[in-house]
Design a protein around this ligand. Structure first.
Ligand code: APR
Length: 320
């Protein structure tokens, strides 16, 4: 069987890290695409030279030509600009919307059968726009946010409870912004819900509330420290987990920005919900019962995403 092909649109910090992870995991051959000449080619050559040391069999190439993504099984999109200190994800909207138009058309014309994972921010609006511009089926276009936000939440909880991250399982739903919804009710340590651990005196509601707040601004905390860009190691790891779920038909249940119509009372927009990813792309959206607080928070988050969609339609009337 021929190797799978993974196309990475955007060869910046996340794109380069994605290429390295895809190669070391031998998910397939990798094509790095970018509009800047030399960057994808240079990174591809550098990464290829990791091969003899790490012992992976993966061909890594760089290109500025969309024709080279033809036949891609998975496409991960990080093209666009990243945040600088003081910026919110929403501040990127105008620039990155134009980028999504170019990328969507490139995918539509060259790799319409791919499973597409969008990472570009503001995520929930960009994945929606990318789907609109590419015309691919909704189940084949998904946004990466919940896996990353949940990883951040899990990391902070593992520190709080002084346990291995392996035993922590969390869910962050809603939009990938300050209104995201870390769902405490469904977050567990080895199956024990966090509210029960609070009852046992292992933490307090105040401390968990502070962790929820830190998770919500987890990306901003890193932007503030890096000063020159935003996080890339954990975003790339999260994107690769979703690509693996599709390529290996793992049927993983992951929080992702998926197109929701009907479930959760939503009428057709992309937002973070639990989904099953397998060979069919987004195979199912799983509706979970939320307590009143989580329900209200999800509504606030959905309203924030809706505002971004209105802004997108204002900038590009072809989306209206
Ligand atoms: N087509 C392809 N690539 C593009 C385009 C385009 N139209 N416009 C910009 N790019 C490329 C840039 O040349 C750059 O190499 O996208 C890359 C972005 O890389 P970085 O600036 O390093 O950003 P990164 O940290 O990888 O984040 C990318 O993901 O998490 C989000 O908020 C983040 O929107 C940002 C994106």
């Amino acid at each position: 069987m021929a190797r799978k092909k993974i196309a990475l649109i955007g060869a910046g910090n996340i794109g380069g890290t994605l290429a390295h992870l895809a190669a070391t995991k031998e998910l397939g051959d990798v094509v790095l695409f970018d509009v800047v000449e030399g960057i994808p080619q240079g990174k591809a050559l550098d990464l290829s030279q990791c091969g003899p040391v790490e012992g992976f069999d993966a061909k890594i190439t760089g290109t500025n030509d969309y024709a080279d993504i033809a036949g891609a099984d998975v496409i991960i999109v990080t093209a666009g600009v990243a945040r600088k200190p003081g910026m919110s994800r929403d501040d990127l909207l105008g620039i990155n919307l134009k980028v999504m138009k170019a990328v969507g058309e490139g995918i539509k014309n060259n790799a319409p059968d791919a499973f597409v994972i969008c990472i570009t921010n503001p995520l929930d609006a960009m994945v929606w726009a990318l789907r609109e511009f590419s015309g691919l089926p909704h189940n084949k276009v998904v946004g990466m946010a919940g896996v990353l936000d949940s990883a951040r939440f899990s990391h902070f909880l593992a520190d709080e409870f002084q346990v291995s991250v392996k035993d922590v399982n969390t869910f962050v739903l809603g939009g990938h912004g300050d209104t995201m919804v870390p769902v405490v009710q469904y977050s567990t340590v080895a199956g024990i819900p966090v509210p029960d651990l609070i009852e046992q005196g292992r933490s307090t509601k105040e401390r968990i509330d502070a962790i929820v707040a830190r998770t919500r601004s987890g990306g901003g905390e890193i932007v503030g420290l890096l000063k020159t860009g935003s996080a890339y190691y954990a975003p790339a790891t999260s994107g690769i987990a979703m690509a693996e779920a599709y390529l290996n038909d793992q049927k993983r249940l992951l929080p992702c920005a998926a197109f929701v119509e009907g479930k959760y009372g939503l009428d057709g927009l992309y937002v973070g919900v639990p989904v099953i990813i397998g060979a069919g792309g987004v195979e199912q959206i799983v509706e979970i019962k939320l307590d009143d607080e989580a329900k209200n928070n999800l509504q606030v988050s959905v309203d924030a995403v809706k505002e971004l969609l209105v802004a997108c339609k204002g900038i590009d009337p072809s989306l209206a």
